[in-house]
Write a protein that binds this ligand. Structure first.
Ligand code: NAP
Ligand code: MG
Length: 487
């Protein structure tokens, strides 16, 4: 596989070379499965761009055995030594930026410019941030007459989604590895093409064989088997709330730890007196980037009722810049959604919004002229959306914005918190006022006035958005067991 990753993926673009991943990555080698394969389909052309092995329980057993064999040796290394390997891994990913960006553009149709930054650059950035934690994480601590020691949990099963395929992998495996765990990764079936690049980068960085293993395959087969596997000590999952619930059930019999990063329905609350143009620009960018396929996409915009029509006018004017295009074209800002299945799902929500009485201010349902072969959805803005309607409650995971008017602060907070989710939020307004609102919201992260992303801030959800955190000290802690030694 490192050979395939180095030689074939480099020249791959979404319309041209067909990549064949010849086996799972187990113990530092490519291990053939039973010969069953599945195609990875381009959402631009509908044609296959790659084929991958379809794993089964036997492949998983081999990978778990490999991870268990590697565990004692890796766990015995110092955090500083592991941090150094992870920093090198970040550099190796950085050196493969173009390869990673091309792979993600091929498999999910993310615009190439966005892929270089968001799909390829971010994973390298968060990996470097995790490496820096080797020096400042409290690996040991004294409390009264106790010595508290942080130890690895063991073998981690990582199950990841297709929307930010490498980013979601690195926010799990970088901290898991830094804490001294070994890993079996099952990447998302529709977007597996960065996994062999990661394997090659990890090997080049000096990660010992067997510390990271990859098994390709479906969630219901390999994912469920991982969740129930007695040789896996913890499942770290990012994906839908529905799959997260199934994983928790499958994991219960072995009492393994389950970390869940699930869906969201982010509200951006615009307060009176806010910088409206800044709020409008940021909203459009956050809901239309990656075709809205982000767990923290700003899917709801909550605005003072008196400002509703003016803000909708400004959104519509700004949205005109988000033209659809071929994702391999450098100028494209919005590509297709990731698959035909996604197209059906997102288009269905747009039709549902119309049926439930919301006003289409921009975009709308249906195939897009000139892009009929691909899974293209028009960036869509709904105005005057009722907060309890389906499009305002459920995660659409597409480029669809709902603008919701509110009367006062209490109503804004109630609407923002009024879904089953609680992942992220945003507030625009005078700083102290915005901070006061942020403190009232039941979400894991709040951005005020378009503040910067912080790779050392913990990320995760309240309520049905999840049960833990990734990144930061809180995220690293989840991949450790704590031992109290009384002296
Ligand atoms: P998904 O269908 O839940 O799949 C996520 C992963 O879980 C895939 O690898 C999938 O396998 C696997 N899976 C599916 N069913 C499973 C089962 N019964 N047991 C074990 N594994 C199973 O989600 P998706 O469609 O890929 O991604 C979109 C969802 O992810 C959205 O809801 C989004 O909000 C959420 N998400 C959350 C975050 C966060 O940090 N909170 C970040 C990104 C995305 P296959 O697909 O390969 O079969
Ligand atoms: Mg799926």
């Amino acid at each position: 596989m490192p050979e395939a990753a180095g030689r074939i993926v480099v020249s791959m673009t979404y319309t041209h070379d067909h990549l064949t991943i010849r086996g799972h990555w187990i113990g530092g080698a490519t291990v053939a499965g039973d010969g069953t394969t599945i195609d990875v389909i381009s959402p631009v052309t509908g044609a296959p761009v790659a084929s991958i092995p379809v794993g089964n329980a036997d492949d998983l057993d081999r990978a778990v055995a490999s991870a268990r064999r590697a565990l004692a040796g890796w766990a015995a290394t110092s955090p500083a030594d592991r941090g150094a390997v992870i920093l090198r891994l970040s550099e190796e990913l950085g050196a493969r930026n173009e390869q990673i960006a091309q792979a993600v553009t091929a498999e999910i149709g993310a615009p190439i410019g966005f892929s270089r930054m968001g799909q390829a650059g971010f994973p390298a950035l968060v990996t470097a941030a995790v490496a820096s934690q080797a020096a400042d994480f409290p690996w040991t601590e004294e409390v009264g007459n106790s010595l508290l020691v942080r130890e690895p949990v063991g073998v981690i099963g990582a199950i990841t989604p297709w929307n930010f395929p490498l980013q979601q992998v690195m926010t799990k495996i970088a901290p898991a590895l830094l804490a001294g765990n070994t890993v079996v990764l099952k990447p998302a079936d529709p977007a597996p093409l960065t996994a062999p690049i990661l394997a090659a980068a990890a090997q080049a960085a000096g990660l010992p064989d067997g510390v990271l293993n990859v098994v390709y395959g479906s969630g219901p087969v390999v994912g469920e088997a991982m969740s129930a596997h007695p040789g896996i000590d913890m499942i770290s999952f990012t994906g839908s709330t529905a799959a997260g619930k199934r994983i928790s059930v499958a994991a219960a019999a072995t009492v393994k730890r389950v970390g869940l990063e699930l869906g969201g329905k982010t509200a951006n609350i615009v307060l009176e007196g806010a910088d409206i143009d800044a709020a409008v620009d940021a909203t459009l960018m956050n809901i239309f980037s990656n075709s809205g396929q982000a767990c923290g996409a700003w899917a709801r915009l909550l605005v003072p009722a008196a400002l509703h029509d003016d803000i909708v006018d400004r959104l519509v004017a700004g949205a005109a810049a988000y033209t659809l295009g071929d994702p391999n074209d450098e100028a494209t800002r919005v590509g297709p959604v990731a698959s035909e299945a996604q197209w059906e799902r997102v288009n269905g929500y747009i039709e549902r919004g119309i049926a439930e009485g919301a006003t289409v201010a921009f975009g709308g349902p249906g195939r897009v002229a000139g892009f009929e072969a691909g899974a293209y959805i028009r960036p869509t803005i709904f105005a005057n959306v009722e907060p309890h309607s389906t499009i305002a409650q459920e995660e659409i995971f597409g480029p669809v914005l709902s603008v919701i008017p509110y009367a006062d602060d209490d109503e804004a907070v109630a609407i923002a918190d009024g879904t089953v989710y609680g992942l992220t939020a945003s507030v625009y307004g005078e700083q102290q006022h915005a901070l006061a609102i942020a403190k009232r919201l039941h979400v894991g992260q709040v951005y005020i006035n378009g503040a910067d992303f912080n790779p050392l801030a913990p990320f995760g959800g309240y309520k049905q958005s999840g049960n833990g955190r990734e990144m930061g000290h809180a995220g690293l802690e989840e991949f450790t067991e704590i031992k109290a030694i009384q002296l």
